[in-house]
Design a protein. Structure first.
Length: 78
């Protein structure tokens, strides 16, 4: 949830990566629109790997015309 992500941003955790794969529009009447994960202290270059793989997963799993991916650093190491 956005509230959970905001809490993580405000924490003292130095490296947090958020990856999401949405298969349906956010306003769809379904209960679950996709999946995601939060990785604390991710392995080196995981962001690069996910940046390449998330669009491929979206194309393989897409339902209709909708879908989106998101990859964001919630906190980065100094």
């Amino acid at each position: 949830s956005l509230r959970f992500q905001r809490m993580l941003r405000e924490s003292d955790i130095p490296a947090i990566l958020c990856a999401e794969l949405g298969l349906y529009p956010y306003d769809a009447p379904l209960g679950m629109h996709g999946c995601g994960m939060i990785v604390v202290n991710p392995p080196w270059r995981l962001d690069e790997t996910l940046n390449r793989l998330l669009p491929e997963l979206l194309e393989a799993l897409r339902v209709g015309e909708h879908g989106q991916t998101r990859l964001e650093w919630l906190a980065t190491a100094p």
